[in-house]
Write a protein that binds this ligand. Sequence first.
Ligand code: ADP
Length: 510
Amino acid sequence: MSDTSTTGQREYIAAIDQGTTSSRCIVFDHGGNIVAIEQKEHEQFLPKPGWVEHDAAEIWTNVQEVLAGALTKAKISKENVKAIGITNQRETTMLWDKATGEPVHHAIVWQDTRTDALCKELGRNVGQDRFRRQTGLPLASYFAGPKIRWLLDNVEGLQERAERGELLFGTMDSWVIWNLTGGPDGGVHVTDVTNASRTLLMDLRTLQWDEKICNSIGVPMSLLPEIRSSSEVYGTAKGGVLDGVPVASALGDQQAALFGQTCFSVGEGKSTYGTGTFLLMNTGTDIINSYAGLVTTVGYRIGDQPAVFALEGSIAVTGSLVQWMRDQLGLISSAPEIEELARSVDDNGGAYVVPAFSGLFAPYWQSDARGVIAGLTRYVTKAHIARAVLEATAWQTREIVDAMRKDSGTELTTLKVDGGMTANNLLMQNISDFLDVPVVRPVVAETTCLGAAYAAGLAVGFWENIEDLRDNWSQDAEWTPQMDAGERDKQYKYWLKAVQRTMGWLEGES
Ligand code: ADP
């Protein structure tokens, strides 16, 4: 496909990924190919155990730098850029001064657990499901709303300033869009439905802030951005290297990956295998409440079309188990080495590793579980352990997929994968075997930025429709199920038995 418009100009989309450890900008062409990448890390502030903060001013400086850097690398200027798309670390919460544009405190990062006690308190006599029916989420420190409340309660003078209407709240999408479109000088204060669906403040049915919940959590509604779709022109960039270019998409990072993987049909899902793993499955325009330990979230919304929802399952420890084997046990010297070691034996020798290092996330949500290695005999070698470590990621995926089937009644047809662990062929084969579905990996592995680019390009007519995007998706590798069904069932039983051994380990302790 040509990247040249009828006027002879080369045309591109610039996607900004404001992530947890870095901000990146990727320039994409019409075929969805990467033309240039620029990336810059920002500081992680860890003021107390369990607390994680970012300096949003530093992040905004970095975003401007990576935008300029990516354009330079691509040898293009603003005339070549048809739209800017944004994807971001989800739930990370900040407040800033409307008049000066200065953050009033460091941003509180999604991983930060300082609101644990507040969330318990907010659960009152109902517990963590108090707002689940409206928001699709359990009351947990992960989400944004209680983090706003914490800032208002704990930073001197903020409650009063909020009441006087001097402050704005945003997740990183809102912060970047507000600054891009002029900041104190007319910046637009918006968020998209996917980011809003991670605040515990939005009603999934109306796609609007829920006044009652805002009151219950103690968040003044004057702080909140307007909720818009994920793919529409919010405004145009003012000043900077992209002055005048439309800002045309926003999606939380996992939702952007779902979009970049073109999971546009019900039952299509993607799984991103990094430090942890996030699996999202498109459930169409139906909002499916989870009874099996998943979270209900907005997948995306294109312009004024109906919102598309997703079920999400998150696994805390996957790639980090491989790191543990490398750094704590010293059994391998690099992550890729695990594959060679695991392939030196035919099976796990009866061993199962359940990495409940800080409890279990989906579908169990058990904070008192702790890790085990089960099924040990004298026969087991480090190679068997290596296999069991990889299988742990595959079995955890199977449990999420089972929960999705239970909640939605929809069968996952294929699993599209991305992330650092997808370099491991044995693991990808394990996943296909344990799920009994094909696993496919796309050529463009940068699915998060690609999703933001796609949503922005759709909004400005750079791509006509989602079929155009589907045409761009091309397969790099595929793994198909090879495992005997009886053998799969037998091993799954052992896995589930091993998981049971982790439960209640901290029972009776504070
Ligand atoms: P994140 O975005 O969460 O930082 P990445 O997508 O960059 O993660 O993936 C890095 C993770 O993948 C690390 O935890 C690492 O241990 C794991 N990993 C990388 N390569 C391999 C491999 N070949 N086999 C198994 N795990 C791997």
